[in-house]
Design a binder for this molecule. Structure first.
Ligand code: PGA
Length: 257
């Protein structure tokens, strides 16, 4: 299947004030051509505090950059001090929400069940969940990458019907490659993406699995993106560090095979 449109998402993590965000988005916009968006869906996911400013600048200048958020609570509203709900994000024209990122798992003890509940709320509000899975270095060295990936996939995607599954994006992010400058080799990343797609056939069916986008994340930069994207089952990238520099992020978006 080659009709999956590439998706490149900048995960800014806990970086950038709303003022920085405006500048970064404007710079990115100037560095991209309209044709770039024909090839690639371009998403930036700033912190919650910058979403409203980002939305305003994107709409005012009719930019084709889309907005993402880094998390969403599963309840619509209520006594959850410090949390942000999916309907709040949908109102800000957010199109994508990252769920189950390994930093959430590592620092905030989030589980597959949490990722599942968040993804459910994101879908219910007509946004696209980007569900992250990936093994630690220890797990890879023990040759358990597939086993861990499968269990995270099954847990995070539990009880979704085929239509819901088809609206989800999966990001394979080996934990040992995130923010470390160590990228998975294109072959390893491609094999994992292929393994994930096979498992998506089991969880849904071959048609839906073939339509779903699988991203790679972990130290993606302008130098390695092309070889990663050349892999049949890798349909885009979730980019952390390099997405904070509009020049670098634009160069990633503009990769050519
Ligand atoms: P990185 O982060 O590109 O800085 O490794 C990727 C991510 O965590 O999504």
């Amino acid at each position: 299947m080659t009709d999956r449109k590439d998706l490149i998402v900048g995960n800014w993590k806990m970086n950038a004030t709303h003022l920085d965000a405006i500048q970064m988005i404007q710079k990115l916009h100037y560095r991209l051509e309209v044709e770039d968006y024909d090839r690639v869906d371009v998403v930036v996911a700033p912190p919650f505090t910058a979403l409203r400013s980002a939305q305003t600048v994107i709409e005012a200048d009719h930019m084709l950059i889309e907005l993402g958020a880094q998390n969403a609570h599963w309840e619509e509203s209520g006594a959850y001090t410090g949390e942000v709900s999916a309907p709040m994000l949908a109102k800000l024209a957010v199109g994508y929400v990252i769920v189950g990122h390994s930093e959430r798992r590592q620092h905030f003890e989030e589980t597959d069940q949490d990722a599942n509940r968040r993804a459910r709320a994101v879908l219910a509000n007509e946004m696209t969940p980007i569900v992250c899975v990936g093994e630690t270095l220890e797990e890879r060295e023990e040759a358990r990458a597939e086993e861990v990936g499968l269990s995270q996939l099954k847990g995070s995607l539990a009880r979704f019907d085929v239509t819901q599954l088809g609206s989800i994006v999966i990001a394979y992010e080996p934990v040992w490659a995130i923010g470390t400058g160590r990228t998975a080799s294109p072959d390893d990343a491609g094999e994992m993406a292929s393994f994930i797609r096979e498992r998506l056939v089991d969880l849904g069916n071959s048609e839906v699995a073939a339509s779903m986008r699988i991203l790679y994340g972990g130290s993606v930069n302008a130098g390695n993106v092309k070889d990663l994207m050349a892999k049949k089952h890798i349909d885009g990238a979730l980019v952390g560090g390099a997405s904070l520099d509009p020049d670098k992020f634009a160069a990633i978006v503009r990769y050519r095979l």
